[in-house]
Design a binder for this molecule. Structure first.
Ligand SMILES: Cc1cc2nc3c(=O)[nH]c(=O)nc-3n(C[C@H](O)[C@H](O)[C@H](O)COP(=O)(O)O)c2cc1C
Length: 391
């Protein structure tokens, strides 16, 4: 299927699934435990309905947003996702270029497969660096100085990853141990195009930490359980610019962040990848917004798959929305062009829905544009079952 024939994120997902070997596909799509968090993230958006207003003159539409003091052409941003070369040889560089090309913010992760400096070179637009202290505290602190020197606009500290997740799909495929099972190897051999794409870029590394992918597991969780408010504020002070905490779900934590002068919280359950049975961030949004008022920016990710989901999050008080898997499906399906296609699909869905909703300026959408709706008896997406054929 060609990219132009993809009309939804699910269409891109279908191509991505064909292009990726089984262990990589499982790593991308899977989550913690029984994957209830993933399921719920997506389903939660269906439990909010949009309430249109009529006769609103929506002939001139404005999708622009302002996040971390930067103007964006729309409020959908690209979340940090480690080791993007797993999905396409150009990895983070392709994603960062697509973000800049569409006037939005790209987030590079500590566990990226290209360095802070390489990404900054191709991404003159808004960019954020995501920090893990996992990987060793001292080593991580030096990354802050590098991100500052390379001109990143914001820093986010991920705070939902104190322990390695229990990802059953990765345990079964062997990916969890940095390897693959014989069945995984067979699937890799059946995807020569993927192998070539990866091989062209040389050995896969956690480029910022200069650690080979095979050794990643050994260092990836070092110091992960040492994060505290004290340390978070030290990190904020060392950075000195717009600073966000990523992975907040509790209104009490959001209120503490506001009291302590944090600039933004990213409500997130890590796309269901860290812990199971968590609430969907969109369901926590009203309480968090009530707890912090306008003392800090509330941003959100996890489960966004449609432009209408973006509208719902904004109506409930988010200033912006991040996507993870949707752009990775695009990346796997067609590199930079695939990421652009994912953004194009979401943007046209968003623009159509805001027009039909009677909201000409996205930044002015109000709470009255949504209301709770009963659960839909629809099939869940993404599918919860593992593809047992492994091809
Ligand atoms: C393959 C993959 C890798 C990720 N790696 C990171 C990471 O290194 N750091 C981080 O803070 N979040 C990471 N995330 C979480 C994303 O930043 C984001 O919270 C999540 O993908 C949003 O949910 P969604 O995939 O449903 O859009 C990763 C997500 C995926 C899918």
């Amino acid at each position: 299927m060609k990219l132009e024939r993809c009309h939804s994120i699910a269409d891109l997902q279908r191509i991505a699934r064909r292009r990726l070997p089984w262990p990589i596909r499982e790593f991308l799509e899977g989550g913690a435990g029984r994957e209830w968090s993933i399921h719920n993230n997506v389903a939660a958006f269906s439990r909010w309905a949009l309430v249109p207003r009529s006769l609103a003159d929506v002939g001139e539409r404005d999708l622009s947003a302002r996040v971390f003091g930067r103007d964006l052409s729309w409020p959908v941003m690209l979340a940090p996702t480690g080791m993007s070369r797993l999905y396409h040889g150009h990895g983070e560089l392709a994603v960062a270029r697509a973000a800049t090309g569409t006037g939005t913010l790209y987030s590079l992760g500590t566990f990226g497969s290209f360095t802070i400096e390489q990404v900054a070179e191709v991404c003159p637009g808004p960019k954020m660096f995501q920090l893990y202290i996992n990987g060793g505290l001292e080593r991580s602190l030096t990354l802050i100085d590098r991100a500052k020197a390379a001109g990143y606009d914001a820093l986010c500290l991920t705070v939902d990853s104190a322990a390695a997740p229990n990802k059953l799909r990765d345990l079964r495929s062997g990916f969890d141990h940095g390897g693959v099972t014989p069945r995984g190897l067979l699937s890799i051999l059946a995807h020569p195009r993927w192998v070539l794409g990866l091989a062209r870029g040389g050995p896969l590394k956690l480029a910022n930490l200069d650690v080979g992918a095979g050794d990643a597991k050994k260092i990836q969780w070092e110091d992960a359980d040492r994060l505290s408010w004290d340390l978070a504020l030290r990190i904020r002070d060392r950075w000195g610019g717009p600073f966000a905490l990523k992975g907040i779900l509790s209104p009490a934590d959001a209120a503490l962040a506001a009291e302590r002068g944090v600039d933004a919280v990213i409500l997130s359950n890590h796309g269901g990848r860290q812990m199971d049975a968590l609430p969907a961030p969109v369901d926590m949004l009203p309480d968090v917004v009530d707890a912090v008022g306008d003392r800090l920016e509330v941003l959100i990710d996890s489960g966004v798959r449609h432009g209408g989901d973006v509208l719902k999050a904004l109506a409930l008080g988010a200033k912006g929305v991040f996507i993870g898997r949707p752009y990775l499906y695009g990346l796997a399906a067609g590199g930079e062009a695939g990421v652009r296609r994912a953004l194009q699909i979401l943007r046209s869905e968003l623009e159509r829905d805001m027009t039909l909703l009677g909201v000409p300026r996205l930044a002015q959408i109000e709470r009255s544009s949504v209301r709770p709706a009963p659960p839909l008896p629809v099939p869940t997406w993404p599918p919860l079952t593992t593809d047992l054929l492994g091809t």
